[in-house]
Write a protein that binds this ligand. Sequence first.
Ligand SMILES: NC(=O)c1ccc[n+]([C@@H]2O[C@H](COP(=O)([O-])OP(=O)(O)OC[C@H]3O[C@@H](n4cnc5c(N)ncnc54)[C@H](OP(=O)(O)O)[C@@H]3O)[C@@H](O)[C@H]2O)c1
Length: 255
Amino acid sequence: MTSTLSHVLLLGGTFDAHVLSLQLQAAGIAATYSYAGATLNRRTSALPTRVGGFGGVEGLMRYLQEHRITHVIDATHPFAAQMSRHAIEACGALDIPLIAMERPVWQARPGDRWTHATDMSAAAALLPATARRVFLAIGRKQLAAFSQLAKRYRFILRVIDPQQTPLLADEHELIIARGPFALEDELALLQKHLVDCIVSKNAGGKDTYAKIEAARELQIPVIMVDRPSLPERALCETPEQAMEWLRTGIIAHAT
Ligand SMILES: NC(=O)c1ccc[n+]([C@@H]2O[C@H](COP(=O)([O-])OP(=O)(O)OC[C@H]3O[C@@H](n4cnc5c(N)ncnc54)[C@H](OP(=O)(O)O)[C@@H]3O)[C@@H](O)[C@H]2O)c1
């Protein structure tokens, strides 16, 4: 990579993006932190921030040009596939170096009772008939896939922001919390709510892994939704690797 580093666009939405924003700020690298604006209760950042969509690929291209962005780091959640696709397309068209920072996927371990689902509709179709109380650890956006099942199961939902309106038409239990989550708390939550099945996105990383460990310990089945597939792009896993890429253009993978 030959581009001179002068202004980074950091596409955020994850805890690792927050960590990277602190590292960029500490290193004195000019950067703008971009949020979708989906969460009201945002972490504060020392970097200049912008909030809200760019207006598709064209809007993003306009933004990159107007702000003379030289490097883009896509640190969005692995399930934020639309933003990632737009970044690939816009950076490709403008020849702006792009790297995505993504934690490795979780792998099933001995004792895990996982069933893989390709997307949220498949996950809904895979709920065991014997389950009664299902922990939907999937955020808000894709709950619609379960709305037809809300009479058959009792859903326990966990979201970051308090809700003004119910998230599903039928009754459900709502937990307002933001990770990272500890194993003992997840064990307590699953036991308190008598959870007998969990639906989880394969987010990877440590912050939200405790529910998977707790499920293993309590022998609770997990419907694991696989990540959406994306076109090939440069990838790193940690904020340190992203910083190294900015400095050298090289992705130094951990050995
Ligand atoms: N999906 C999840 O499971 C999940 C979990 C935790 C956090 N998040 C975070 O929540 C945000 C929204 O997620 P999503 O699943 O709705 O994403 P998405 O479907 O990929 O994105 C929808 C639209 O939101 C805008 N957008 C997304 N991320 C943005 C960012 N960092 N800065 C500016 N605009 C952004 C873009 O609008 P325009 O097309 O108008 O540019 C994008 O096309 C993401 O930033 C993601 O990192 C998502």
